[in-house]
Each structure stands twice: as C-alpha cells, then as structure tokens.
Design a protein around this ligand. Structure first.
Ligand code: ADP
Ligand code: MG
Length: 248
C-alpha cells in the first residue's frame, strides 16, 4: 500500500514567535510536493514537526491515518519518514560510507548487521553519484558532495517519504542542474514520496507536481507550479507589495 502523510491544521510557537500557523498538506508516496516560501516562513519548522524533532503546539500529523505527531524522531524514521538537514551535518571524522551505514542501521529497512549496512551504504553512495568518494572523510567533502551525502543518508534508511530541506541550495548553476536531474531520475526509479523545501523557486517548480507556498507561518497558496507562479499573493510574498499588484 502507498503511504500517505497528512498534516492537519498544525501550529508551532517558540515563545512569542508563531513559526507555523495552521498549515495543512498531504503527500502520497510516489508524488513530489514542493514547499516554498521566503526565509523565515516556517518551512524548516514544519519539516521538524513531521520528523519528530519538535512537537506541534496544536494540530495533527498522520501517516496512513495513524497519529505520528509527538513520536520520537527514531520512531518516525522507523515508520518510513526521513529528513535531511538544511545545513548538512555528517559525523565529520567518519567516511561517507560510515555515515550512510549509520542511517541504514537506524532506518526502517531493519538492517541490523554492520557488514550489510556498509554494503547498502556503498550501493546508495553510487546512486547519488558519490562512487569513488566512499572512503573519504566527510570533513573533506565539498558542499555539493555533502548535500549528496545527506540525500544518501535518507535513502539508506529505506524511507518511503523523504523530507528534503534545501538540498538544491548553495550549488553553482551546473551543480544545480545535475542535482535536479539526479533527483528526478532517482525519484522515478525508486518511487519515493518527497516533500521538497526550498526558498529558491526554480528547482522546486521543476521537480514538483504540486506546490504549497508559505509566508509568515501560514499557507498562502497551493496548486500546480504554473498556478503558484502566477498567483499574485505569491509574487507579492517574493518580490514585495508593488509586484503583486496588477499593472495600472
Ligand atoms: N528553535 C527555535 N526557537 C525560536 N525561534 C525559532 C526556532 N526555530 C525557528 N524559529 C523561528 O521561526 C520562524 C520560522 O523559521 P524556519 O522554520 O527556520 O523558517 P524557514 O525554514 O522557512 O526559513 C523564524 O522566525 C525563526 O526565527
Ligand atoms: Mg529553513
């Protein structure tokens, strides 16, 4: 059965900061949902709520109809949902293979044996284009390579729903084009569902079937990529109040 993630009217406040204000969305395995919004609009917080890193102040998160909000992060990974970090933070003294093997051991695919986890890690590093870099210390990897290592980590858990936080950010135009092509190919081959968070629109619009737009913690628009880029509220959120108004 295909997994379905549903976020219903979720709120999160940090003291006086209302980071997420009543957001709802749904994602089915096999689909790619883009989540865009200016910096500070609550995207990372929403991913953290889904991944169990933080608990919603209000609202519900379900996987296949079962509540997962409030579960510990390792239980959410075991249920088949895995998240990348916006700032990659591998264990720096460990190699890429070792970092990915840790993810395989703690993932949902029940690898309990270290040699098997190391083998899975090698295979997944190949999938993300890091063949030949398996035994390099993670501290010696470039930004692009660390982004790929983050992607390999979530794939190695066996997750069917991936939460990807700005995996296309900070790349050169050539690196971005390669990263988008790699993502699209692996998504087609492996069939996972992905919630793809970016503050830069272009890459998300290319890879997503459906897009949700956040501003100041709230969902301000959703639809196909074509629909959201033409939405005046979205144009205004990105470019300022003048841009959202129809020309005189
Ligand atoms: N742990 C935290 N404590 C206090 N404020 C936070 C915390 N995490 C995020 N925020 C605030 O919540 C808002 C949304 O942040 P974030 O989710 O990181 O946005 P985005 O990922 O869209 O850039 C910002 O105002 C941010 O400063
Ligand atoms: Mg963020």
């Amino acid at each position: 059965m295909k997994r379905t993630l549903a976020v219903s009217n979720v709120h999160k406040s940090f003291g006086g900061v209302r980071a997420v204000r009543g957001v709802s969305l749904a994602l089915e395995e096999g689909h790619v949902l883009g989540l865009i919004g200016p910096n500070g609009s609550g995207k990372t917080t929403l991913l953290n709520l889904i991944a169990g890193v933080a608990k919603p102040s209000k609202g519900e998160i379900t996987l296949d109809g079962r509540r997962i909000d409030g579960l510990a992060p390792h239980r959410i990974v075991a249920a088949g949902i895995a998240k990348t970090h916006q700032i990659p933070r591998p264990f720096l003294s460990m190699t890429g293979r070792e970092n990915v093997a840790v993810a395989a051991l703690y993932g949902s695919n029940k690898t309990r044996d270290l040699p098997e986890a190391m083998e899975t890690a090698g295979r997944v590093l190949g999938l993300v284009g890091l063949a030949g870099k398996e035994d390099v210390a993670s501290s010696n990897l470039t930004v692009q390579q660390r982004k790929r290592l983050e992607f390999a980590r979530v794939l190695a858990t066996g997750a069917r729903i991936l939460l990807l936080d700005e995996i296309f950010a900070g790349l050169s135009p050539d690196e971005l084009r390669d990263a988008v092509a790699l993502f699209a190919r692996l998504q087609g081959e492996l069939g996972f569902g992905a919630l793809v968070v970016e503050h830069v629109m272009r890459a998300v619009l290319t890879v997503s079937q459906h897009v949700v737009v956040m501003e100041e913690g709230s969902k301000i628009a959703e639809g196909t990529p074509q629909e959201v880029v033409q939405n005046p509220a979205v144009i205004e959120a990105y470019l300022g109040p003048e841009a959202g108004r129809a020309p005189p």
